[in-house]
Design a protein around this ligand. Sequence first.
Ligand SMILES: [Zn+2]
Length: 156
Amino acid sequence: MSGHRVADPAARCSDPVAGALVAAAFAAISSRYVLARHQIAAAVLDADGSIHLGLHLDAMVGRAAVCAEASALSAARLVTGADLVAVAAVRYPKPTEPAAARVVPPCGLCRELLLDHSPGIRAVVPDGPHPLLVPLGELLPHKYVGTKWPAHLANP
Ligand SMILES: [Zn+2]
């Protein structure tokens, strides 16, 4: 932990689902932040109302890093097969940055991954002062669809 007081960005969420997920992700990264190792946490809500947390794992080789959203997806799948309905991720500031945590949208890889596993999932994205909850599919038009999975698994 950096020691400086960082505001919870959930206070700026007008949507209650977005607020709950952002608060959960903020609490997680606030307690587990380590400079250059864990900068982002994510929270995934399942259709039964449970929230699953994930932590960003940075790496010496950048492409070996694992996003918080992927970690949260894995955490969810360890305990439930329920549909995943929403995701949010929060980046904690470095000690040298202004003391403001912020909502970050899923990266391109996570958009692919989350939509493969939960086509109907929504994501909290920054949008001016108030983060928005939007269908993730709208953030990835013309998503890649391969032939690796049978059709019933590709489109559950
Ligand atoms: Zn990602």
